[in-house]
Design a protein around this ligand. Structure first.
Ligand SMILES: *Cc1c(COP(=O)(O)O)cnc(C)c1O
Length: 453
């Protein structure tokens, strides 16, 4: 593919010019990270022609694999028509058709689609809509948000304001609007200190109920990652927690924002995670998997009730003054339409269920490794937590960089994954085949054993 000199040049330029996200560049220099040149199905191919299994769906986005012929064709066809036109005051064909599809598949009641281009902006839009909804409706005191410890809603400042991961968010504290925080429902970390099976779920249900009752007059919305907190290390909520939140929001006149950026489009086994508890949020944010992992696109979808609070004579000043230049980009929307067509035509969600079951079975053997503290799973979202001592939950010393060592080891063996601290994340594309699932789990298992034992 590339000559020896071209490969050297590409690798050197990557090391010397590119500042990589969420990466200590001092480490990166010595890591020998591949530069990817191509993809095929669930595999990534680097400039040397080496193939790697994409165990995290290229950071949680790839759905039907790389270089999918149908999505390729849809984008190429759209390219022959037009690459971009603005949604500020105009429509464009793919964004119209996609809105129809999204409203059809979204939980009931969500009927208005506001486009942007990544999960963080989708969240910003949800926060601003929720805030202005109450301003427009004559409840000017409702100005704050309830979010959760360990929450991750993106890296722009508004999204950081409702984030709850100290490692990522602490340094920016002075820059952001404070939100009300409620305890994470995740058990051995939460202030109540006991496991769900022993009733921690109830303590957390009670804690959030109290917080919401106390702050009801000032709360505009609750924002939550339904079913599983992804970037926190794949922390699953107690069953029923989302439905509990929906009920409390109704009781206290607070909007519910579901951040489905990670969980949307089949990742938890249903199209949207909210479906696990039959919940319809007031606002839902989707991004990552929406284009099948092809192009940047997000959608913030609101109920008619929310939308109508903005619908007024211009002089009433209720307009939503927000928009991004590439909002509703036709190429991205065309990819998203092809992605959703594939879900239907290939009955993706039905065919995913046996893969999720197989993954659960494969994950059982991870508990044979003494340094695996816990394995958490929702659909194809998996977190394998590494600890020094399983009984006491004592972590490895941070300077040991255990999670990082594991992913470097797995990469040597041809599998690309990425840790969240000492939680090894697996999130294969929905299109992964049975033998590829085995390769993924076997390789990661061996890598964890070699690094921790
Ligand atoms: C990734 C993520 C975001 C941010 O999306 P970006 O496209 O990276 O800006 C927001 N919320 C959740 C739950 C996410 O997993």
């Amino acid at each position: 593919m590339y000559s020896r000199e071209e490969i050297e040049r590409l690798l050197n330029l990557d090391r010397s010019l590119v500042w990589h996200p969420f990466t200590q560049m001092k480490d990166y220099a010595g890591e020998n990270a591949p530069v990817i040149a191509a993809g095929e199905g669930c595999y990534l191919i680097d400039v040397n022609g080496r193939r790697y299994l994409d165990g995290i769906s290229s950071l949680w986005v790839t759905v039907h694999g790389h270089r999918n012929p149908d999505i390729n064709r849809a984008v190429a066809d759209q390219l022959e028509k037009i690459a971009h036109s603005t949604l500020l005051g105009l429509g464009n064909v793919p964004s119209v058709l996609l809105a129809e599809k999204l409203v059809n598949i979204a939980p009931e009641g969500l009927t208005r689609v506001f486009y942007s281009d990544n999960g963080s902006t989708g969240v910003e839009i949800a926060l601003k809509i929720a805030f202005q909804y109450w301003q427009n409706s004559g409840y000017g005191d409702k100005k704050r948000f309830l979010s959760f410890y360990n929450a991750y809603h993106g890296d722009t400042l508004g999204a950081v304001g409702v984030g709850g991961i100290d490692l990522f968010h602490h340094v920016y504290g002075p820059l952001v609007v404070a939100s009300v925080k409620s305890p994470s429902a995740y058990c051995y970390r939460c202030p109540y200190g006991f496991k769900e099976s022993a009733g921690c779920g109830h303590a957390c249900f009670e804690a959030v109920a109290q917080t919401m009752a106390k702050h009801r007059e000032e709360l505009a919305a609750v924002i939550v990652e339904p079913v599983i907190q992804g970037a926190a290390g794949m922390l699953t909520w107690p069953r029923g927690f989302l439905a509990h939140l929906r009920k409390l929001c109704d009781e206290h006149r607070i909007l519910l924002i579901a951040d489905e950026v990670a969980t949307g489009f089949g990742r938890t086994g249903k199209m949207f995670a909210c479906e696990h508890e039959g919940v319809s949020p007031d606002i839902m944010v989707v991004a990552k998997g929406i284009t099948g992992g092809y192009l940047p696109l997000a959608a913030t979808i609101a109920t008619s009730n929310v939308y109508e609070a903005f619908f007024a004579d211009y002089s009433e000043r209720k307009t939503f003054y927000h928009g991004h230049t590439y909002t509703g980009n036709p190429l991205a929307c065309a990819a998203a339409l092809a992605n959703l067509d594939l879900f239907e035509r290939e009955a993706v969600l039905g065919r995913l269920q046996p893969k999720i079951a197989k993954l659960s079975t494969l994950l059982e053997s991870f508990m044979d490794i003494p340094h695996v503290g816990e394995v958490r799973q929702a659909g194809v979202m998996v977190g394998i937590e590494l600890v020094r001592d399983r009984e006491t939950r004592e972590p490895f010393p941070p300077e040991r960089r255990t999670g990082r060592q594991v992913i470097l080891k797995a990469r040597e063996k041809g599998v690309i994954i990425r840790p969240l601290d000492d939680v090894v994340v697996l999130m294969p594309p929905l299109s992964i085949k049975a033998n590829e699932l085995e390769q993924l789990c076997d390789t990661v298992l061996v890598s964890i054993r070699e690094v921790t034992c």
